[in-house]
Design a protein around this ligand. Structure first.
Ligand code: H53
Length: 821
């Protein structure tokens, strides 16, 4: 007999009971004496109980109906906090708040107990998190696969203005959201060598022998969609030592030695590599990639075999696999190995299955971000996979390439999976394009450049494989959760449907002309600025006025994103204020948030320079309130949620052609922060949507950048031609800001002697002019608020629900499967 289900109702009283029960029976705590953290855990568990039921239902229905599922393979998921998102998405926020309130607890205070789940570096990882939200919201059968890192992205601190990194032990105290699934543990092989064997019919078969084994333990995190009963899971693999990993040593009595091996095995999922858009080529990173890919594929294959007795040719009709950048691209030779070596399929049949199963998203054109693995390293770690890659390459070059360009060795060199110049390397991007049926860029401009530049030869060969799918963000977290006041105003004005159909935000358009609506919209912005001002005071010790213009640049620190161009403008303004104290300049607060990769020397020098300028400017009595510069430490999702609703101006100032898409630009525009930006990435499409009169575009276009470089770009020409610019650079690189003129020489050298690779000097004047236009516009508050409202109203296109439905239709061929109550 099935026992009566416990009370998992959504009423205040049910929730109250659940929370008390978890306090008592899960945590062993008394209501009277439980700590704040206990209350937070008990609340999460009460919500998780309600969510798990739907997760089981979703899984069961997906299995029974035999529909195709998408498997999203990503080395990064930048989830942030989960409780508030889960509460708002499941409609339990108000009842939970009331339940806790009756017990004398403030939900909003508890929300701050949650550590960020920061298992990603930047845009790519956050995109994966937004996609997970949308997949559940629009009822698509999906599983996200990744690594259960013990340490997420480092915690950043500033010491004397310089970045210092600390480990991020996000789950030192466990996490109420994750559930271990030991019965789905997988074993992964590594290293070893390959031998040729023959089967009973005399057919050759490769066998990978003398390998080291590693175990993968899956942890599931339920993903709650908005107003939908679909609960998909994010499955993260934790590396463990195989039980008989060095069993022999153990038996020989070397107990401690055996345990050392265990520790080595566990390093595989210990820590997230802290590089965004650059690759380090380290062995451990390749092992991480293979580890999570092998576990995930084994899991997918297990499900295929359990669920159906279908021929392998049907595999793609059950499983779509999306490669989030090239990081999981080793999945292509891994599936070939499974099909050919383990399942005995003929090569061509296996290859067809691979191409039908995989699709690849490219997120960058930056050459330093394109992954290449040295052939010797690859051969040592994954000898069989290297053989498979060689075979794929040979068949490709002798087949399709030779047929299209007979005898053209230049084409073969450019298309080959192996780079031969300056040592031999496996080109993971070429492998990804070749092994999949679809390759997409993440914004219209980026996709065009992929087809015209990076993958021009592949595009000539397989034009139908390329498509654009412009990125998106989940409007639940980036409006409903982070700005509930604006969300409520919108709902009150145009109804609630915009939360599921973001295009309806356009109905706000006419309200931009309504002074009463404008006043309410402006008040919400100002209230957020008051909250952010308090955070700035607490974190940076700087007092700022909420009536100043809040000018925000939040993103990873990278030269191509040009935080140093922003700095050039700040120092120019500083000088102008000193030269002309009575100028009519609206007070401004420049707000930065950014982490630099620990080994990225110049990025760290830029952080230091911004902090040094901040220290001077903020304490200069001649400047007063006109100019403040703050660099908030430890930028992360939960901090972004505080900054974004409070921002007036959004800095999206990358060199044209360098930022594939950007997604912070979308979040800020949605929250009514006007963009100052170049025609790069998704900025181009934001301009199309909001109208050129509601955005501040400046700088060189992609074509102009190419032309300038072809002509021969010399930053010294700009330096000598522009006195303001010259003074600014000289001032930064003097001893004025730190007392030591050597401090910012690396920055100066990069801008001048090393050729200013990201064209800061070329765009400087245009940027300064655009900033002057911003200043003038801000003085007309009515106009500014109107523009802000029109940004909120017109960025519906950038909902990740739209992006995900396009993937489902154009790439995965996936049905929407609503789950009942
Ligand atoms: O991916 C984002 C883009 C952004 C791009 C970023 C990205 C990473 O965060 C890491 C590696 C990589 O190759 C690209 O820089 O422009 O918006 C999501 O597509």
């Amino acid at each position: 007999m099935t026992p009566a289900p416990c009370d998992l109702g959504n009423s205040k009283d049910s929730l109250k009971n659940s929370i008390i029960n978890h306090l008592r029976f899960t945590l062993g705590a008394y209501v009277e004496s439980a700590s704040k953290n206990d209350w937070w855990v008990a609340t999460c568990l009460a919500i998780r109980d309600r969510v798990m039921d739907h997760a089981t239902k979703s899984r069961t229905l997906h299995r029974q109906s035999g529909v195709r599922r998408v498997h999203y393979l990503s080395l990064e998921y930048l989830m942030g906090r989960l409780l508030e998102n889960n509460l708002r998405n499941s409609g339990l926020y108000e009842s939970t708040k009331a339940a806790l309130g009756e017990m004398g607890k403030d939900l909003d205070a508890l929300l701050d107990c949650e550590p960020d789940m920061g298992l990603g570096n930047g845009g790519l990882g956050r995109l994966a998190a937004c996609f997970m939200d949308s997949l559940s919201t629009v009822n698509l059968p999906a599983i996200g696969y990744g690594i259960h890192y013990e340490f997420g992205l480092f915690r950043q601190e500033f010491v004397n203005g310089k970045q210092v990194e600390h480990p991020d032990a996000w789950m030192r105290d466990g996490s109420p959201w994750k559930i271990a699934r030991p019965s789905y543990r997988q074993t992964v092989q590594l290293y070893g060598r390959v031998v040729q064997k023959f089967d009973d019919c005399g057919h050759p078969r490769s066998e990978w022998v003398e390998t080291k084994a590693l175990l993968g333990l899956p942890w599931d995190i339920p993903i709650v969609g908005y107003d939908s009963h679909t609960v998909n899971v994010l499955r993260l693999w934790q590396a463990q030592a195989d039980e008989d990993f060095n069993f022999q040593v153990f038996n020989e009595g070397s107990y401690v030695e055996a345990l050392r091996d265990k520790a080595i095995a566990e390093t595989v999922s210990k820590v997230l590599y802290p590089n965004d858009s650059t690759e380090s080529g380290k062995e451990l990173r390749l092992v991480q990639q293979y580890f999570f890919v092998a576990c995930s594929l084994a899991d997918i294959v297990r499900r295929f075999k359990v669920g159906y007795t279908l021929p392998w040719s049907e595999f793609p009709s059950k499983a779509a696999i999306q490669l989030n950048d090239t990081h999981p691209a080793v999945a292509i030779p891994e599936l070939m190995r499974i099909l050919v070596d383990l399942e005995g399929l003929p090569w061509n049949e296996a290859w067809k299955i691979c191409q039908e199963t995989f699709a690849y998203t490219n997120h960058t054109l930056l050459p330093e971000a394109l992954e290449m693995w040295s052939v010797s390293l690859f051969e040592r770690v994954l000898p069989r996979h290297l053989q498979i890659i060689y075979q794929i390459n040979q068949l490709f070059l002798e087949g399709d390439v030779e047929a299209k360009w007979p005898g053209d060795s230049e084409k073969k060199r450019s298309l080959s999976l192996i780079e031969e110049r300056g040592g031999k390397y496996v080109r993971m991007a070429n492998l990804s394009v070749l092994g999949s049926h679809a390759t997409n860029g993440v914004a219209a401009l980026h996709t065009r450049l992929l087809c015209e530049r990076l993958f021009a030869d592949f595009y000539a060969l397989y034009p139908d494989r390329f498509l654009n799918l412009t990125n998106g963000i989940t409007f639940r977290r980036w409006l409903d959760v982070c700005n509930p006041q604006l969300s409520a105003l919108i709902t009150e004005t145009i109804g609630e449907s915009w939360k599921k159909n973001a295009d309806l935000l356009r109905n706000l358009d006419p309200h931009a002309d309504d002074p009463a609506f404008r006043a309410r919209y402006a008040k919400i912005k100002r209230d957020h600025k008051v909250v952010l001002a308090k955070i700035i005071e607490d974190e940076c010790g700087v007092t700022v006025s909420p009536d100043a213009l809040f000018d925000v640049q939040i993103k990873r620190l990278h030269e191509y994103k040009r935080q140093h161009l922003n700095l050039l403008n700040i120092v120019t303004l500083y000088r102008e204020i000193l030269d002309n104290p009575n100028a009519d300049f609206h007070p401004r607060v420049f707000i930065f948030g950014a982490k630099a990769a620990p080994g990225y020397f110049l990025a760290k020098n830029i952080i230091h320079a911004i902090n040094a300028v901040a220290a001077k400017v903020n304490n200069d009595p001649r400047v007063g309130d006109k100019l403040k510069v703050v660099f908030l430490p430890n930028y992360r999702v939960s901090l972004a949620e505080k900054i974004i609703p409070a921002s007036d101006l959004s800095e999206q100032i990358s060199t044209a052609g360098k930022e594939a898409s950007g997604t912070g630009n979308m979040k800020l525009a949605l929250n009514g922060s006007l963009t100052i930006g170049t025609l790069d990435g998704a900025n181009v499409e934001i301009e199309e949507e909001v109208g050129s009169e509601n955005i501040f575009i400046f700088g060189l276009t992609v074509e102009e950048v190419t032309e300038l470089r072809a002509k021969g770009y010399n930053p010294w020409d700009y330096y000598w031609a522009n006195e303001k610019l010259r003074n600014t650079i000289d001032w930064i690189s003097s001893d004025y800001f730190t007392g030591n003129a050597e401090e910012f020489q690396p920055l100066r050298r990069s801008l001048l002697d090393h050729g200013d690779p990201y064209l800061c000097l070329a765009d400087y004047q245009s940027y300064v002019d655009a900033q002057a236009k911003v200043d003038a516009t801000y003085k007309d508050q009515d106009k500014w608020v109107k523009m802000a409202i029109l940004n909120t109203a017109r960025v519906g296109k950038f909902s990740s629900d739209r992006t995900i439905l396009q993937y489902a239709e154009k790439v995965w061929n996936l049905p929407q499967v609503p789950i009942g109550e």
